[in-house]
Design a protein around this ligand. Structure first.
Ligand code: 1GP
Length: 236
């Protein structure tokens, strides 16, 4: 198992920061020193090399693991601890599964630090989210349909991460349960609508790693409260 795989296997809670959104120095410090296990840097729109590099150096002052979720080929900044590579499994457009990836390999070839890369099998389920609009993801899946994608990611593709993505809204309990049961080997990430301790605990009971994003920018106190809520959950 690679070092970066070992790292994410210990993650229970992570914050996701968007290079295209402003955060005060004070809030950035609070997020980085919250006791979270890591910071994901990523977003769907407006991601540039400069705003990504700026956010990375801001985070790295605090020593917390800092990982880039690659969404734009022009914004791949060296110096992150690891790079997460999304494949949106329920997109009808192969560009979001292997197409952009092929272009990246053609472009960067021998410079790719493969040992720092981890693939995420995304299942995108909130039709109103930017990521769903961008990728055209089939968000009308039943719980069984979502679980089928989870089996494919976990067993056929043996991906290290399955990411159940409800970005902006909290997930459907039946679907979360079905996906939980389908994932045996991969690390199961859940993200979407975790805005306080109650959702954080529920998500922590149904996923290995809980990702908290939006609330950082609207209510920093509630965002910080999710760390303890996730970590105090017995399930791991
Ligand atoms: C987004 O899964 C993350 O990619 C977190 O979702 O922004 O809704 O917390 P929220």
């Amino acid at each position: 198992m690679t070092v970066v795989r070992q790292m994410i296997e210990t993650w229970r809670h992570v914050f996701k920061l968007d290079p295209d959104r402003a955060i005060s120095e004070e809030d950035l410090r609070a997020v980085c020193q919250s006791g979270t296990d890591g910071i994901l840097v990523g977003g769907s729109t407006g991601i540039t090399y400069d705003n990504t590099a700026r956010l990375m150096s801001g985070i790295q002052r605090y020593g917390v693991p800092c990982v880039l979720e690659v969404s734009d080929l022009s914004a791949v900044v060296p110096g992150f601890d690891a790079y997460l590579i999304p494949m949106v499994l329920n997109s009808p457009d192969p560009a979001w599964i292997v197409g952009h990836h092929r272009r990246a390999v053609e472009r960067y070839g021998d410079f790719i630090p493969w040992e720092l890369l981890l693939t995420e099998g995304y299942i995108v389920l909130n039709g109103n989210s930017a990521v769903a609009r961008l990728t055209g993801a089939d968000t009308g899946l039943s719980a069984d349909g979502a679980a089928a994608y989870a089996h494919i990611a976990d067993k056929l593709m043996t991906l290290p991460i399955v990411y159940l993505e409800y970005s902006g809204s909290f997930g459907d309990a039946e679907t979360m349960q079905a996906v939980r049961e389908a994932v045996g080997h991969a690390r199961l990430f859940y993200g979407g609508g975790v805005t306080g301790p109650d959702q954080a605990k529920l998500a922590a009971s149904l996923a290995d790693t809980v990702v908290v994003g939006n609330i950082i920018y609207t209510d920093i106190g509630r965002a910080l409260s999710t760390v303890e809520a996730v970590k105090s959950d017995a399930a791991i």
